[in-house]
Design a binder for this molecule. Structure first.
Ligand SMILES: Cc1ncc(COP(=O)(O)O)c(C=O)c1O
Length: 391
């Protein structure tokens, strides 16, 4: 296709602007070395500090085995959407097993966290509703709020006083319902919300609460079952399977009535082919493994503390992280890119996160620690960062 088509000049302009601002994004394929923290990238072995496969389950033998078994018994695809012929017995039993493990009244599985957030939130609110979301909520939640056409306001990050002001103001208006939306572990900062405080405040003002537990699952909470686990007062609990579950997809934990509502009104559930059997098999096995991985979680948390202490000791800004997501906040896009490139030259892959994903002047290296990282690899990262500071 010609590059000289004036109708597409806007594309060239937008991409040029991205380059100019050091915000251009591109794709680089990698090949994982299974069971390790390493990947081959650009022909070179590097330690991967960007993966959300926090428990290393994507390469766990039981997960792979069950995935193969389900594919062999059920085929490669599910054939249609869940409401047509795509609801296999394995979809139903996975939902029952999830509800049982997480102590939820009902569970509905979705094809990805993005798809779930964007389409659930937009089907649970309408033009007469109000959505109040934390300023650092994931883009999928923002898309859901925008798509709903509800009034949409953001409260300052983790600021319950600011949320209360907005709730108070809203109580004088005629909204049909108000949703409060937040994440238990923020995806770019690794800090936690005050889920108990959000529950209390939502109850006080008669608002509904939507809590995304994507990055807590597998890592935090009793038996690694997340920070929404056993919390009364959450109307929609969202979990994802692409992170610690090591696979793909998402689930909504809710009342049976809400589940029926979503089956009837949520386009992101209705108009899409059901998750394939190989994925359901992987999830079935991961669900059995996660609650049993207490000692592995202890190792992970000790490594997390070790790295946070090390980074702070070197004078790096790591924000308020309390989890396996550790930002090294640099400031400018250019400097964050420089650091990321420097690390890569030294065998470490930690991608730079820049606006619009994070706010201006808060570009960073987002480090994630998984069970596959060895202590020596954390030391290697710290050494490379010292060398970068002293260069
Ligand atoms: C908080 C949060 N919710 C939802 C998602 C989307 O999940 P998925 O990757 O399954 O689409 C992400 C992914 O980055 C996330 O960080």
């Amino acid at each position: 296709m010609s590059n000289k088509n004036p109708k597409t000049d806007f594309i060239k302009t937008a991409l040029g602007q991205r380059h100019h601002e050091y915000r251009f994004r591109s794709l680089t394929p990698v090949k994982p070395i299974l069971g390790t923290s390493r990947v081959i990238r650009d022909g070179k072995e590097v330690i991967n500090f960007c993966s959300n496969d926090y428990l290393g389950l994507s390469s766990h033998p039981k997960v792979i085995e069950r995935s193969k078994e389900f594919a062999e018994n059920y085929g490669a695809g599910s054939g249609s959407s869940r409401l047509v012929s795509g609801t296999l017995d394995i979809h139903q039993s996975l939902e029952e097993k999830l509800a049982d493990t997480f102590g939820l009244e009902a569970v509905l599985v979705f094809n990805s966290g993005f798809q779930a957030n964007a389409s659930i939130l937009s089907s649970l609110a309408d033009r007469s509703s109000l959505i109040l979301a934390d300023k650092k909520c994931h883009n999928s939640l923002i898309q859901g709020a925008l798509l709903s056409r509800a009034d949409f306001k953001r409260f300052n990050h983790n600021d319950l006083n600011n949320l209360e002001v907005l709730l108070k103001t809203a109580s004088n208006k005629d909204y049909n319902r108000i949703w409060v939306v937040s994440e238990t572990v923020f995806s770019m900062d690794g800090d936690l919300n005050d889920i108990e405080g959000l529950i209390k405040l939502s109850e006080k003002y008669g608002a509904l609460l939507y809590s995304d537990d994507a990055h807590a699952l597998g890592v935090l909470g009793e038996k690694g079952l997340g920070l929404n686990y056993r919390k009364e007062g959450i109307d929609l609990s969202l979990g994802t399977f692409g992170k610690a579950f090591g696979s793909f997809g998402a689930f909504a934990g809710c009342s049976s009535e809400t589940k029926d509502y979503l089956i009837n009104f949520c386009p992101g559930f209705i108009y899409t082919t059901a998750l394939p059997p190989a994925i359901i098999g992987a999830l079935d096995a991961a669900l059995e493994l996660i609650p049993e991985m207490e000692s592995e979680r202890e190792t992970l948390h000790s490594n997390i503390q070790y790295l946070i202490r090390g980074l702070k000791g070197l004078g790096f800004k790591t924000g308020d992280t309390e989890s396996q997501i550790i930002p090294v906040i640099i400031g400018s896009e250019e400097e964050a890119m420089n650091l990321s490139n420097y690390l890569e030259e030294n065998g470490i892959w930690a991608s730079a996160i820049r606006p619009p994903t994070v706010e201006k002047d808060a570009s960073r290296i987002r480090i994630t620690i998984t069970l596959n990282h060895k202590k020596e690899e954390l030391d290697q990262l710290l050494k490379a960062l010292i060398a970068w500071k002293e260069r």
